[in-house]
Design a protein around this ligand. Sequence first.
Ligand SMILES: O=C1O[C@H](COP(=O)(O)O)[C@@H](O)[C@H](O)[C@H]1O
Length: 222
Amino acid sequence: MSDDSRKRLAAQLAEAVAEALRADLARHDRALLVLSGGSTPVPFFAALAACELDWARVQVTLADERWVAEDAADSNARLVREHLLKGPAAAATFVPLTTADPTPEQGAAAVAERLAALAWPASAVILGMGGDGHTASLFPDSRELALALTTEAAAVAVRTPSQPQPRITLSAERLHQARRHFLHITGGDKRAVLARALAGDDVRELPIRAFLACPLATYWAP
Ligand SMILES: O=C1O[C@H](COP(=O)(O)O)[C@@H](O)[C@H](O)[C@H]1O
């Protein structure tokens, strides 16, 4: 693993995403960016925060979220607030995917209402991927995987035996609608998972397969 190559990758991805946002802001009042969480995007968020953009016209939301408090260590919203929404980028409008409701099933309607107010289709979706081939919160073992892959609703509450918390995820349909799709992954293990995904077609085995034909611009570093 090389921190330098990951930083370079993050800078390249940030410039590509900023360019996509600038192109859409030249034609529309607002541009929407959909981000993933986890550990991989931290240097990308920092690089994107440093990009010159009319941040006040940028809306930011998440591809998925754990149903935890917004200041919890594993909250994707916390990650975005701490690493992206700083300096000029703090002028962006951030729409998180959690509410104070005890479960995502109870909060889903309020989240859907918030999402409905955003400038869809998104200018760009940045997907991550786990070692199990999940992306957003579309896990191979999510009970609601089939629903999340087929519904026209914007977001779905998901329960996943392999995961400690319930989650909420944007649906595959909503993610597909974006104008541009990026996959941001690092490490040899994830490259091998992606190679496996490219060699087959069962989306339920490796949900990242649902996005391979978007087309998906892959940003990978060791
Ligand atoms: O749980 C999640 O995992 C994936 C990948 O995370 P990483 O830590 O391996 O980078 C991420 O894309 C997703 O948004 C997140 O909720």
